[in-house]
Design a protein around this ligand. Structure first.
Ligand code: S3P
Length: 441
């Protein structure tokens, strides 16, 4: 079956209310934490994508059962020592860095040796960032070249650690936090700012966690071991998935969109802050709280008066998964936009900064790139006429989706490969685009 799509037409004006799928980061955390709870947990609106299914399959291999019901997933945990696997279990994290890194945190007390593998993209990513702190807890880790496959065997003699997380990686911070709930004593993490879903869900589960929020870093203290009961959780909509639609509405003439029930946690709304600095006038309505996470409906209207941004690097972490589409807005804004310190972008499912610059070049957008900084010369009259083929992007779901948004808003004839990549995070992406009127062949 063909695994590419073709887009030849820009989108006609639309005015729609949509809902995107559940948040990926929160869904994976919920599955992993439910596997450690005592008793039954119920997860509503769990994202049903490959990354999350791989999390469910992984806990199952570790002896934790789950059941899918019409409205929720039920997971049956046996507490912090409840993993019970056969010998030589191999967990396949597929494309998901979050799953691979977070589950390693839960394996610091594993009696058996567990092997973790991933797909081609994940196997190229650095794991030293997480093996180093986990070894300090006492875990035995075998990793050739600091990447997957990795073998991990836990210890009965876990010791708490003091850890300085300097990359701004929520995956590293969270993995250490998960190891800390199994470890007797106080683990102290000094972490550069990153998304704080793990802190919030720990608070919701009444796991003893203390976080002191400073300007540039957070100090997190966890007292373990800390068992907790099965729980109910409603996963909010994913702001990263929403961002494709926010940008589409912003760039398509006379269009408007409302994305309902999206997680608008402060550590995730960099895209809204950045676009509003570019004059997007995005607003939030119906604010509420689900299980400690802020939720709102996001409203965006087409804006012809977008202006360039000198993007403060303090916003990088809260927009880290959204830069691909932010670059598209910069391409159509008046003036020269500047983004800096984006080295972490090249450590994602693909080297996203490199791939984004390749795509900008291919479609004739003027830019200047110096190591991890980029200047994009915007053109408010941008209207493409050429033929563009987008391939060789390591099946990165966000590159595929960014290319669709570029095609639908800038024009030209686009052939975009690796359609299946969206299964990792947002399987209903193309269906939603079609509901807005997109003609996708
Ligand atoms: C994630 C953290 C971010 C993000 C990724 C999901 C998470 O990665 O890019 O998509 O769920 O913790 P890093 O922690 O590597 O920055």
């Amino acid at each position: 079956m063909k695994n590419h799509i073709v887009i030849k037409n820009t989108l006609s004006p639309f005015n729609k209310i949509i809902e995107v799928s559940g948040d990926k980061s929160i869904s994976i955390r919920c599955v992993l934490l439910a596997s450690q709870a005592i008793g039954k947990s119920r997860l509503y609106n769990l994202l049903e994508s490959e990354d999350v299914i791989n999390a469910l399959k992984s806990i199952k291999k570790l002896g934790i059962n789950y059941k899918k019901n019409k409205k929720f997933y039920e997971i049956y945990g046996y507490g912090l020592n409840g993993f019970n696997s056969k010998k030589n279990v191999t967990l396949d994290a597929g494309n998901s860095g979050t799953l691979a890194r977070l589950i390693m945190g839960l394996l610091v007390n594993s009696e058996k040796q567990i092997k973790i593998i991933g797909d081609e993209s994940l196997s190229r990513r650095d794991f030293s960032r997480i093996t180093e702190p986990l070894k300090l807890f006492g875990a035995n880790i075998i990793a050739k070249k600091n990447s997957l496959p990795i073998k991990i065997k836990g210890t009965k003699f876990l010791r708490p650690i003091k850890y300085h997380e300097k990359l701004g990686s929520a995956q590293c911070k969270s993995s250490v936090m998960l190891a800390a709930i199994k470890t007797p004593g106080k683990t102290i993490i000094k972490a550069k700012k990153s998304r704080n879903h793990t802190e919030l869900i720990f608070k919701y589960l009444k796991i003893p966690v203390k976080s002191v929020i400073k300007k540039k870093l957070d100090i997190i203290e966890i007292n373990g071991p800390s068992n907790f009961q099965g729980f109910k959780y409603r996963v909010p909509g994913d702001i990263s998935s929403s961002s494709f639609f926010l940008v589409l509405a912003l760039l398509c003439n006379n269009s408007k969109i409302v994305v309902k029930n999206v997680n608008v946690n402060r550590s995730r709304i960099g895209i809204i802050k950045i676009l509003n600095k570019m004059n997007a006038k995005i607003s939030l309505k119906n604010k509420k709280i689900y299980n400690g996470e802020k939720i709102a409906d996001i409203i965006v209207k087409n804006k012809r008066s977008l202006k360039a941004i000198n993007c403060p690097k303090s916003l990088n972490s809260s927009a880290i998964d959204e830069f691909l589409v932010i670059f598209l807005v910069a391409a159509k804004a008046r003036g020269i936009s500047k983004f800096s310190n984006l080295s972490e972008l090249n450590k994602k499912e693909s080297p996203r900064l490199d791939i984004a610059t390749n795509i900008l070049k291919k479609i004739g957008i003027k830019f200047e790139r110096q190591s991890d900084n980029i200047k994009i010369y915007g053109n408010p009259n941008l209207n493409l006429k050429g033929k563009y083929k987008i391939n060789n992007f390591r099946k990165d779901h966000r590159v595929f989706m960014m290319s669709c948004i570029a095609a639908l808003s800038f024009g030209g004839e686009w052939k975009i490969e690796d359609k299946d990549s969206i299964k990792t995070s947002f399987p209903k992406f193309l269906k939603l685009l079609r509901e807005l009127g997109a003609k996708i062949i």
